[in-house]
Design a protein around this ligand. Structure first.
Ligand SMILES: Cc1cc2nc3c(=O)[nH]c(=O)nc-3n(C[C@H](O)[C@H](O)[C@H](O)COP(=O)(O)OP(=O)(O)OC[C@H]3O[C@@H](n4cnc5c(N)ncnc54)[C@H](O)[C@@H]3O)c2cc1C
Ligand SMILES: NC(=O)c1ccc[n+]([C@@H]2O[C@H](COP(=O)([O-])OP(=O)(O)OC[C@H]3O[C@@H](n4cnc5c(N)ncnc54)[C@H](O)[C@@H]3O)[C@@H](O)[C@H]2O)c1
Length: 510
């Protein structure tokens, strides 16, 4: 569906400097790739623009390398908690092997395989930095300075992700701090590391570097880590970080920083000075929108791009501009961004796709309609495939700390803030046979938040070794709004950790 007479460019750089496609996606991270795939399924021509590596942050500097770095420590801890296996693992982590496996997971920071995937899916790629110059038109500047003008016949989707925030602390920028990129691509493991920020990146990277033998100090300004989770998660995670040798300093701020004699000197609010070989700043991320030309379409450069549940950008006329992923400021995880990508891809396919678009499996069918998908999309309500409803009700997240932490939906306090009448039920995971068998001295907690008016679960939290895979059952219960009386009939196998569901429901009075 490219212009007549124009050969659709493949994943190599196109020759023309004026190109028109049905859909232009800016950013080929996990989110942009999924938007392109989904939107292109009904015959729309799609191009993605990428200024760095196709695959984005998650593949090369975030999810994949960080999880690869954390896995050896988790496996060792699991083996050490089981007599019989423990005796077989008397050594320490092999740093060289760990980093080699980490690098393999990033394809050695080479995006060739992802580019081939784009090619196979019939999605064109233009390499360079894209900037809107007005409605539906963008300029892409490549590394060699050449400029391509891209026009979208129907839709532009911004999926430019986010960038780390470096707090305004005297001397910090001059100290050349690490961000998560340097931490996840590390080759020379530092002897000591100060980690600033007790969020997800701070906690995961403190764990990973402690495993690598680095002396880690975690500086947290509040009285707990992982603020978005239930408070009992912080207690468990801080306790175990300290057990693996991380010096956790709660209610502490960095006042001033400078680099001297090969190390970074951090003056702390407590009056002491901390010296570390490197400092990792993990104090959150902001949407990457500073140089996107937002001002040419009536938005503010550098701001979060606000979208509705169809992922259409608010405040832009004619419904041609969409956004998904970190750049929307909704939820900054790959899985939720990819969910948004599926939604917006389907919305674009339905609104602008051809008459032969497949009929949706859900939503109202309009007899005799030439474009059933378009009719279904325009009538779509919450929980249809065309609306990102889960962004409000059922966001799951796993933190790969030790113990792991996982949650979906609302915490108790968020439920109160939302005006719900709730009760919480908690159960010690270590009392469940499946957990006791999996590790001697297993410690962990499961909690559900029950909306007492509707009799459904609106939130769940787990903390404990190897609980990550427990989360999806909770997500299904929350999204499905399964009445707890019905959940009672979902019988967990014995002896698995999932038996905690039975114990939670018994504790709730069933
Ligand atoms: C250390 C770390 C660990 C993480 N671990 C997890 C995890 O385990 N699980 C999880 O779900 N999430 C994790 N996340 C979050 C996850 O990485 C992000 O939510 C995800 O990468 C967002 O995807 P995205 O496509 O929106 O953005 P990105 O992956 O950032 O992709 C955006 C792309 O747009 C490109 N781009 C930007 N501006 C332009 C422009 N003007 N022109 C052309 N291209 C442009 C960028 O180069 C980039 O490739 C982690 C994050 C960090 C920092
Ligand atoms: N496993 C996962 O799903 C995973 C892993 C890593 C990152 N991520 C995502 O990446 C995003 C970024 O992670 P993050 O940890 O950088 O951000 P975050 O928002 O999770 O945590 C940032 C922390 O830094 C603190 N902070 C902010 N400014 C500070 C300052 N000036 N001084 C001291 N502390 C300060 C905040 O209080 C907060 O605790 C998150 O949204 C997260 O969801 C996800």
């Amino acid at each position: 569906m490219t212009d007549e007479g124009t050969t659709a460019p493949t994943a190599s750089t196109p020759q023309d400097d004026q190109l028109t496609y049905d859909v232009v996606v800016v950013g080929a991270g996990a989110v942009g790739e999924n938007v392109a795939d989904r939107a292109g399924r009904t015959g729309l021509s799609v191009v993605v623009v990428e200024q760095e590596l196709v695959g984005g942050e998650c593949s090369y500097w975030a999810c994949m390398p960080s999880k690869a770095m954390l896995r050896p420590g988790a496996v060792l801890a699991a083996a050490r908690a089981v007599p019989g296996a423990a005796e077989a693992v008397s050594g320490t982590i092999d740093t060289t092997a760990l980093l080699a496996r980490r690098s393999a997971f990033t394809s050695h920071w080479d995006d060739a395989s992802q580019v081939s995937w784009l090619d196979g899916a019939g999605i064109a790629l233009v390499r360079g930095a894209a900037r809107l110059t007005g409605p539906r038109v963008l300029e892409v500047t490549s590394d060699d300075g050449s400029v391509v003008t891209l026009t979208a016949r129907h839709a532009v989707v911004l999926a430019t992700g986010s960038e780390p925030v470096i707090p305004d602390i005297d001397g910090l920028v001059r100290s050349a701090p690490w961000t998560s990129r340097e931490a996840t691509s590390v080759e020379d493991v530092p002897a000591s590391l100060a980690v600033l920020g007790g969020g997800v990146v701070g906690v995961e990277m403190a764990t990973a570097f402690a495993d690598l033998g680095t002396h880690v100090t975690l500086i947290v300004r509040g009285d707990r880590v992982l603020n978005g989770f239930e408070p009992f998660v912080s207690e468990a995670v801080v306790g175990s970080l300290r057990e693996i040798g991380v010096d956790v300093r709660l209610e502490t701020q960095v006042v001033e920083a400078h680099r001297e004699d090969g190390g970074v000197h951090l003056r702390l609010s407590t009056g002491s000075v901390l010296v570390a070989e490197q400092v990792l700043v993990a104090t959150g991320r902001r949407p990457a929108t500073a140089d996107l030309g937002l001002e040419t379409v009536g938005l503010t450069a550098g701001s979060t791009i606000t979208v509705d549940d169809s992922l259409a950008v608010k405040g832009v006329a004619d419904g041609w501009l969409f956004a998904a992923g970190d750049v929307t400021g909704r939820v900054a995880t790959t899985h939720q961004g990819k969910y948004q990508a599926r939604v917006v891809g389907d919305v674009i396919a339905a609104r602008f796709g051809t008459a032969d678009a497949p009929e949706p499996a859900d939503g109202p069918q309009v007899p005799g309609s030439e474009r059933p998908a378009a009719a279904a999309e325009s009538a779509a309500g919450a929980w249809s495939r065309y609306r990102a409803t889960a962004d409000h009700a059922a966001v799951p997240q796993v933190v790969f700390s030790r113990p792991e932490a996982a949650s979906v939906g609302l915490t108790e306090s968020a439920a109160h803030d939302a005006g719900l009448t709730v009760r919480t039920v908690e159960y010690a995971l270590g009392s469940v046979a499946g957990a006791a068998v999996s590790a001697d001295g297993y410690e962990g907690t499961a909690q559900i938040v029950i909306d007492t008016e509707r009799g459904v679960i609106v939130g769940a939290t787990f903390v404990g070794p190897e609980i990550a895979e427990m989360l999806h059952a909770a997500t299904i219960a929350v999204v499905g709004e399964v009445p707890i009386e019905r959940l009672w009939h979902a019988v967990p196998a014995y002896p698995t950790m999932s038996e905690v569901w039975l114990r939670l429901l018994e504790t709730a009075g069933l």
